[in-house]
Design a protein around this ligand. Structure first.
Ligand SMILES: [Zn+2]
Length: 124
């Protein structure tokens, strides 16, 4: 799913993205000439690998997903994450995939490893 930046005016647009098990639901609104803000919720079941025992397991992700989306290069400073797009369109497939990648790249421990004292030894 793609949305052109120039279609997003002052009033928020409802986002209802659902693809490959990822749901992004919320609104998107313009905050200035170059940037819009995504106020949404991210929901997906993500396959990850335990960092300790290498077992594959699933994480049920379900959390607020708030981003500033910039039409072109972003120069400002903000507390929240900024994603830049350079072709005038917001690509939700890209947002979904990069969020999943960031979950997978995180330090993940399966339920068994989470409850063991050896966890800290494995980390250092
Ligand atoms: Zn494990």
């Amino acid at each position: 799913m793609e949305i052109s930046f120039n279609k997003i005016k002052q009033s928020p647009i409802v986002i209802n993205y659902s693809k490959d098990g990822v749901k992004i639901t919320g609104t998107i609104e313009r905050i200035n000439r170059d940037c819009v803000k995504l106020n949404s919720n991210f929901e997906s079941s993500v396959n990850v690998i335990c960092n300790r025992c290498a077992k594959e397991y699933k994480i049920d992700a379900n959390y607020p997903f708030e981003l500033i989306l910039s039409d072109g290069g972003y120069n400002g400073k903000d507390e929240i994450d900024v994603v830049e797009f350079f072709d005038g369109k917001i690509d939700f497939d890209y947002l979904a995939q990069s969020e999943i990648a960031s979950i997978q790249e995180d330090y993940n421990f399966c339920s068994e490893c989470e409850n063991t004292d050896e966890l800290f030894e494995a980390e250092f």
